[in-house]
Design a protein around this ligand. Structure first.
Ligand SMILES: C[S@@+](CC[C@H](N)C(=O)[O-])C[C@H]1O[C@@H](n2cnc3c(N)ncnc32)[C@H](O)[C@@H]1O
Length: 224
């Protein structure tokens, strides 16, 4: 990955904020994701959330949980988490609302057996309900505005098969102050609401290696 200067990072951040604001003003608040992937022209340093590697918290979870069945990766971005699970032996389907992101990740991970799909979390295929042994959501709910975040979050729990696991990972809001997102760190009350109807296994709040100490993140896990 290309390393960006502080100035370039600030410029990218401003660009994203402006794209997100105009998408909201046009009543199409999720449209900027596709615009960003398209305008990045295959340069992953222009995708601020792309780390080129799976999320550390997911990696830690997989160290003590062996693969068993069908995994669904929600808003898969450039596919790092999907690839990690596929390499471990999960039967992976990954979806994103952005056709460019899906095409891009399918090229990066060409050799892996992953079903790549363009889908909107708000309107998933009916036959996906109750189908998945593992559902993974990393940094989606925090990246979408509140009016879409609530309905989107309610779509996750019903996807689980009996005995299935839901994992959500993101930024934790400890201050309760309004932030100029995206991203919008998520409150504990909101995080708990995601797993309505499921059995809560864990909510852990911690830093990721390299984070500032006041940048808290969560991993929350439920089972059906
Ligand atoms: C902040 S990025 C995180 C991507 C990836 N999970 C990661 O951690 O690198 C949010 C992703 O969610 C996707 N997304 C946003 N809203 C979505 C929706 N309603 N349905 C599916 N994907 C969505 C975006 O296109 C984008 O790839």
């Amino acid at each position: 990955m290309t390393v960006m200067s502080e100035e370039e990072i600030a410029e990218l951040r401003n660009r994203i904020l402006s794209m997100a604001r105009s998408a909201e003003a046009n009543n199409d608040p999720l449209a900027w994701f596709e615009d960003l992937y398209q305008s990045s022209e295959g340069n992953d340093s222009k995708i601020p959330w792309s780390r080129g590697e799976p999320h550390q918290f997911l990696v830690e979870w997989t160290e003590s949980n062996s693969p068993k069945g069908k995994a669904l990766i929600v808003g898969s971005g450039l596919g790092e988490d999907a690839a990690h699970l596929a390499k471990l032996g999960w039967d992976v389907t990954a979806f994103d609302i952005s056709p460019t992101a899906i095409e891009w990740s399918s090229r990066i991970y060409d050799g892996l057996n992953i079903q790549w799909r363009v889908e909107n979390l708000l309107d998933l295929p009916e036959d996906w309900i109750g189908l998945w042994d593992l559902v993974v959501e990393v940094h989606i709910l925090q990246a979408i505005p509140e009016e879409v975040r609530y309905p989107a979050s309610e779509k996750l729990a019903p996807l689980l098969a009996p005995g299935g696991t839901l994992i959500c990972i993101g930024l934790y809001d400890y201050s309760n102050e309004h932030s100029e997102g995206p991203p919008w760190p998520l409150s504990e009350a909101f995080i708990h609401s995601i797993g309505k109807g499921l059995k809560r296994i864990e909510l852990e709040v911690k830093n990721r290696p390299g984070d500032d100490t006041d940048q808290l993140r969560y991993i929350s896990i439920w089972k059906r």
